[in-house]
Design a protein. Sequence first.
Length: 140
Amino acid sequence: MIDQRTAPYAALVLRLALGTMFIAHALLKVAVFTLPGTVKFFESLGLPGPLAYATFVAELVGGALLIAGVATRPVAALLIPVLLGATWAHAGNGWLFSAQGGGWEYPAFLAAATLVQALLGAGAHSLGAAAAPRHNLAAA
């Protein structure tokens, strides 16, 4: 049974954690790997280089929108393919993310958590909730 009093706060915690993680990964692509380095990595996987830029923008903008709680459901749903792509990219490294090159457990878990966010909605203290009816904070 879902506790209707605390569920909006659970969605808030998940939304803030996911948003922070997406922004951190976007900044990692700039500050550590560099965008040209990320392009080369994507190309080494057989992916088109420009997809690296699209991934960076999706992570940065999507993370910010999640933190703000704006369009949470569609934003979370649109970020799932990014995480499934990361799962695929790390699949050859084994299960544990501590494996060299990072395994696929972490991005797979994040994909599941992002799906949960898409199902839950924004929760409490979101800009999207300001437009939602007071009795239904999870709707945004």
